[in-house]
Ligand binder design. Structure first.
Ligand code: MN
Ligand code: MN
Length: 488
């Protein structure tokens, strides 16, 4: 009962009305999402009638629009140091680009510091602090393995860093031996943590690179030829076998080869706790891009490399049928000028071994998945939300706060206008980058509005948020997230 003199407390609410609301259970047509503060409080129809007189409400019409959970991009490399420079986007430019593309959480790859994991974690926290505009978490890259590192893994888990990345590639830099990978997996299994693997066969690749060097054949396409799909498959098979031995939960990062996807599918059927991740570049860009001469080809150098159309089709099928669970970006951009052009030799020749590998993608992921998946009728809107938000949130321990339009979750929401289009030319993208791998492409759909924890940060497809508003989200351990189902 209200006594005289008591002010009625105003509640700030936002009601998104009459859109196609994509929930884990299906699409609600003419549906509404009610936001109160930072959270979603209701999802349904006719929610206007639940509004009380004293509520202060912002009404947003989603008529003829699609309302989806804000994207979770579980694979980015912002401000990542590489020899003399860093990846082209820092936590400000990279997360603004992500927000404009419909992503509201990222999980970025931190690296072990010179003396400890803790030091690396602090370094990455500082990189993000004051810059990130959306929420973020970190994986820890384990590029060396010793008793201290294995001990520190539990310290990381306690601080919300619950996934560890290992490499079967890049000998001398990142690669761990199989016995060390097994040690990391065993420790992760004890902690219920995840192991993410860059799975390509490093030793085999090294030999193929040496042969190319001797033959003086180092054009951009040669980079791809030194990293064959069979080598990726071989590494994935080893990892899956080790995961089975260790009883570890494993994510195969950036699957690019159909044989690798097949291995993941068969392992899932056997009950191995393995999840598959792929990226839009492996779905949209064919290997012949690398045949362009010099820097034009070098713009497309990444590892694993782009592959032929058979692989692209198989990966789409994998996403539709559940062999592949997660669509991330591996956003690791390097400019043509001063970075990708390091491969240009003074004699006019080319040397791919001098080119930093990596492609941008943080802004383009969602619409590429929407076009190639939903519009091409490979899968529906619910699956689109699953691979871009719901499953990565579950697997990486951000659920139930992130990844789905459900009451109680953070109000991380995107409104897609399917009647508009979006240019993917470099000048129209927000990334701090001098080229776009999707130059000349105009995509169906426009990410018009984005909410992050209830705050509208993208309006009319323009970023209106503030640098530094993003928060570190400690991730939990979710051993029950057995969402690696296979439909056939
Ligand atoms: Mn990688
Ligand atoms: Mn990566």
């Amino acid at each position: 009962m209200m006594t005289k003199g008591t002010m009625s407390k105003k509640t700030l609410k936002t009601l998104i009305e009459k859109g196609s609301i994509v929930t884990p259970g299906g699409v609600i047509e003419q549906g509404d999402v009610l936001i109160e503060g930072e959270r979603i409080v209701a999802v349904g129809t006719d929610l206007r009638k639940t509004i009380e007189k004293h509520d202060e409400v912002t009404f947003i019409s989603a008529e003829d629009k699609i309302v989806l959970p804000g994207g979770v991009d579980a694979h980015t490399h912002l401000d990542m140091p590489l020899e003399d420079f860093s990846s082209a986007d820092d936590f400000k430019t990279g997360t603004i680009a992500a927000a404009l593309g419909g992503t509201t959480s990222i999980v970025d790859y931190a690296e072990i510091g010179p003396s400890s994991m803790q030091e690396g974690f602090s370094t990455w926290m500082e990189k993000a602090h004051g810059r990130a505009v959306i929420d973020y978490g970190f994986h820890m890259t384990v590029k060396r393995c010793d008793p201290q590192i294995l001990r520190e893994m539990s310290q990381m888990v306690n601080q919300g860093v619950t996934s560890f990345k290992v490499f079967t590639a890049y000998p001398g830099r990142m690669m761990l031996s199989d016995e060390n990978i097994l040690r990391v997996m065993k420790r992760a299994a004890e902690l219920n943590a995840l192991v993410v693997v860059h799975a390509e066969d490093g030793e085999l690749i090294e030999e193929l690179i040496n042969r190319k060097k001797r033959a003086k054949s180092l054009d951009p396409i040669d980079h791809a030829l030194t990293r064959p799909s069979a080598g990726e498959c071989r590494a994935v098979r080893r990892i899956v076998e080790m995961a089975e031995i260790a009883g570890a939960r494993v994510v195969i990062a950036h699957i690019s080869a159909l044989q690798a996807a097949d291995v993941v599918r068969e392992a899932k059927k056997k009950g191995v706790k393995v999840y598959g991740e792929t990226c839009p570049q492996y779905l949209w860009l064919e290997q012949n891009r690398l045949k362009a001469p010099g820097i034009q080809g070098a713009a497309f150098i990444c590892s694993p490399p782009l592959r032929d159309i058979t692989h692209l089709n198989a990966l789409w099928e994998g996403l539709a049928n559940g062999w592949i669970d997660i669509l991330s970006t591996d956003h690791c951009p390097f400019n043509i000028k001063g970075q990708k052009d390091l491969g240009v030799l003074s004699n006019g020749g080319f040397d791919f071994t001098k080119v930093p590998g990596g492609l941008p993608g943080v802004q383009t992921r969602f619409l590429l998945a929407y076009a190639g998946g939903v519009l091409a009728e490979r899968f529906d809107l619910v699956r689109l939300a699953e691979i871009t938000a719901t499953i990565p949130a579950k697997v990486f321990g951000l659920a139930p706060r992130k990844g789905a339009l459900t009451p109680g979750a953070d109000a991380d929401i995107i409104i897609l206008n399917p009647g508009e289009t979006t240019s993917f030319d470099a000048v129209d993208l927000s990334s701090n980058l001098d080229y776009s791998p999707y130059e000349g492409m105009r995509m169906e759909g426009l990410v018009e509005t984005v909410f992050s924890r209830g705050e509208c940060i993208v309006s009319d497809a323009r970023f209106i948020g503030e640098a530094g508003r993003g928060k570190f989200i400690p991730r939990h351990i979710d051993k029950g997230a057995e969402d690696n189902r296979v439909n056939n």
